[in-house]
Design a protein around this ligand. Structure first.
Ligand SMILES: [Zn+2]
Length: 147
């Protein structure tokens, strides 16, 4: 894990972080009140954006899952980066809270990314990120190779 100031990121990632922060405000989180946006970037530089959304039947779709659904409609080139930004509507943003994929999404990403895909979690104040490889977030993973 590496912690970096957003200003120190290359332009491609800085722009994606800012897009994730802005777009997270469109999330539909009536119940958990935690708004998230995920931006996937493939090896050609294409971006796939998703937000979390919740339904009155109790179901939730995470932002990463939403972004993957958009990615599935593409040529499915290698995913290089996954950027996640999120914040709670019910408290002030904290620079100490970083939005990273939940356990379920880590497993979903494992099926469509590679172990060296970079996961970038943005803190709630939007000025720092933590970078991980997918393997760091999901060591000893279970995937297609186990089936
Ligand atoms: Zn999730």
């Amino acid at each position: 894990m590496e912690q970096i100031k957003v200003d120190e990121l290359p332009d491609l990632l800085k722009d994606a972080v800012n897009k994730a922060i802005i777009t997270s405000k469109k999330a539909i989180s009536y119940y958990f009140r935690y708004d998230v946006c995920a931006v996937l970037i493939d090896e050609a530089g294409n971006e796939f954006v998703g937000i979390n959304w919740e339904s009155s039947n109790g179901s939730t779709v995470c932002a990463e899952q939403s972004a993957l659904a958009s990615y599935f409609l593409s040529e499915r080139k290698k995913i290089m980066y996954v950027i996640t930004a999120g914040w709670s509507e019910e408290r002030d943003p904290s620079s100490e809270n970083f939005c990273i994929p939940c356990g379920s999404c880590r497993q979903d990403l494992n099926d469509f990314c590679t172990k060296d895909t970079i996961i970038i979690g943005v803190n709630e104040t939007g000025d720092e990120v933590r970078k991980f490889t997918l393997e760091e977030l999901l060591p000893y993973s279970f995937g297609a190779e186990n089936l």
